[in-house]
Design a protein around this ligand. Structure first.
Ligand code: ZN
Length: 255
């Protein structure tokens, strides 16, 4: 019998875990996506006809971020992104022929025209903006029903630097100019396939004017009077703690 592999088995964005929130060990199948040498870690989609095994449950991957270490979450996030990429690239985007999985690289290869499709990440800037020594800008997403206030974030556009993206997103979403933009850290964020690039910046000028489709409220909050903020484990949470308490931005594990 072959050695068992640690398996990230997904049903959409839900992951199969046991009562202690650990993924199962299974025998590897031909169609599994391997992402460590030696077949020790695999990812697969739960077959719609499969029953959930006794003692296991499906948990949305977002909830695992606060239960797992950063390394564990990053591995699962890699698994869900690679599975989604494989599912969405069954055909060649150049000629339309059915693709094949490359035997050793993360690539879907077209046997007809040889075009290769690789997984892509979407760079996304997220900015923590302060004013003076004791105020932070927090904004409420117009498309969310929760009362949570988060940071200004958005996708980097083609041909733009990260700093330009920070300035453009801030101006578009809340109407203000920022200065002293400084890189802090990054975090892969698998919803669906983003790389969050964290920056801090200081308020420079302008009045808060909200982009209504995106932002339902935004205010400069005193550090000791914060509203509901993003969950621990998210980069937004760490950024907020960093500017308020000067805590380290990079955590190696969930302590
Ligand atoms: Zn092709």
């Amino acid at each position: 019998m072959s050695e068992l592999s640690l398996a990230y088995i997904f049903h959409h964005d839900q992951l199969l875990v046991d009562v202690n929130f650990q993924p199962p060990k299974v025998e590897k199948l031909d169609n599994d996506l391997c992402f460590q040498a030696g077949d020790q870690v695999i990812a697969r989609d739960l077959n719609p006809d499969d029953q959930i095994p006794e003692g296991y449950q499906l948990i949305p991957i977002r909830q695992l971020i606060s239960l797992w270490s950063t390394a564990e979450f990053e591995q699962a996030s890699r698994a869900v992104q690679l599975l989604e990429w494989r599912r969405n690239h069954k055909f060649c985007s150049h000629c339309g022929h059915e693709t094949q999985v490359h035997p050793s690289e993360y690539a879907m290869v077209c046997p007809d025209c040889s075009y290769r499709q690789y997984p892509r990440v979407q760079p996304c800037v997220i900015t923590v903006i302060t004013r003076g020594t004791d105020e932070i800008l927090l904004a409420k997403n117009a498309n969310s029903k929760s009362q949570m206030y988060g940071l200004i974030a958005g996708f980097v556009e083609v041909g733009e630097t990260l700093e330009e993206a920070v300035q453009r997103e801030t101006l578009e979403e809340v109407g203000i100019h920022v200065k002293n933009i400084e890189y802090l850290a990054s975090q892969p964020w698998p919803f669906p396939s983003n790389l969050m690039l964290a920056f801090k910046a200081e308020y420079q000028s302008g009045d808060l004017v909200l982009q209504e489709e995106e932002i339902s409220d935004a205010q400069f909050f005193k550090f000791d009077q914060l509203p509901e903020i993003p969950i621990a484990g998210s980069i937004a949470y760490r950024m907020i703690q960093h500017v308020i308490h000067n805590s380290p931005i990079n955590q190696c594990s969930a302590d």
